[in-house]
Design a protein. Structure first.
Length: 199
């Protein structure tokens, strides 16, 4: 029986949350996870344009316990948005908004949202976002207990403030800390389980 392994990756912008390339130009997890066993896979995913904390393990029970909505694990994102959200928009994000999921609509669960009055200390994105000189931008911190497809982007667009940049900074007590984009860190099982409230 193989040993369970646990890793955290700061997934860079433009990287797919998978190990296989669909076209030769794709950047994938394989570009940042050299040497890890072939049975290690990401827990959930971040879309290509999103950055930040991605968990990887060969312990399949972790997948179920972190991804099943009934367990309500919190995940926190920093979203750089176009415009400066109103208090009403922040309240709507917290109360829940209707977003489209394939052919159905979904009302998002209660969330925590706040407009930051400072620039978060995170590495620059490569390439940088396109800034419109006529439109200001700002940062929101958003904590969810669910992870629907492109949920943060859809929620922010729904309240009128499209996302320019999206970084997941934590899942429960597991955080990026000072990891740079592309950094991969192996984590002890006890630390991994404790930080994610899996024991």
């Amino acid at each position: 029986m193989s040993k369970f392994l646990y890793y955290i990756l700061n997934k860079p912008f433009g990287c797919l949350s998978q190990f296989t390339k669909e076209v030769p130009s794709h950047i994938t997890l394989a570009d940042f996870c050299e040497g890890i066993p072939k049975d290690v896979f990401p827990v959930g995913r971040l879309d290509k344009d999103s950055e930040g904390l991605l968990l990887l393990t060969n312990n399949k029970s972790v997948n179920h316990r972190l991804l099943d909505p009934k367990f309500k694990h919190s995940r926190t994102y920093l979203a750089q948005v176009e415009g400066i959200p109103t208090e009403e928009a922040i309240q709507d994000l917290e109360k829940g908004v209707e977003i489209k999921l394939k052919k159905s609509t979904h009302t998002t669960l209660l969330a925590k949202a706040k407009l930051l009055d400072y620039q978060p200390v995170i590495p620059e994105r490569i390439p940088p976002i396109r800034v419109r000189k006529t439109v200001p931008d700002s940062w929101i911190e958003l904590t969810l207990t669910e992870g629907k497809n492109r949920q943060v982007r859809k929620m922010c667009a729904k309240v009128g403030f499209p996302v320019l940049r999206l970084v997941r900074i934590s899942i429960e007590g597991m955080t990026l800390g000072k990891m740079l984009p592309g950094d991969l860190v192996e984590v002890e099982e006890s630390e991994f389980m404790s930080a994610l409230k899996l024991r």
